[in-house]
Design a binder for this molecule. Structure first.
Ligand code: ZN
Length: 122
């Protein structure tokens, strides 16, 4: 598999394009985040707060689309389901069939945690 960090082939997506993509997913999933932020985050891919504010790491702009989609859907889904239980997984399957394979493919990157502490270990 080709390493996506080679800088000549990869065209950077702008923050605005990425935010538009998040807004598109929010509409599809019928969730209304109070705020969407794309910012420098080095330890996590994304996080969401209890006040429906979602933040995404700017590093995602360099990630392949399927992985971006996974992180977006995962985080937005927390506005509906606050844990990683059965309902969470079945909704993930409904919105993004095959998400588990995406995650396996991106194993290295996915090692970075997705969510804020309160969601871990569930
Ligand atoms: Zn999560």
């Amino acid at each position: 598999m080709k390493n996506t960090s080679s800088d000549n082939a990869v065209k950077l997506q702008t923050k605005e394009q990425f935010k538009a993509e998040i807004a598109r997913w929010a509409a599809v999933m019928k969730v209304k985040p109070a705020q969407i932020r794309v910012q420098r985050m080095t330890k996590k891919w994304a996080s969401c707060s209890s006040k429906s504010r979602v933040s995404f790491s700017a590093d995602l702009l360099r990630e392949p689309k399927p992985f971006q989609d996974y992180v977006i859907v995962h985080e937005l889904l927390h506005l509906q389901v606050p844990n990683h239980g059965k309902l969470f997984k079945s909704l993930m399957n409904a919105y993004l069939p095959g998400w588990e394979n995406t995650l396996t493919d991106r194993n290295g990157s996915a090692a970075r945690s997705l969510c804020i502490q309160q969601f871990l270990g569930q």
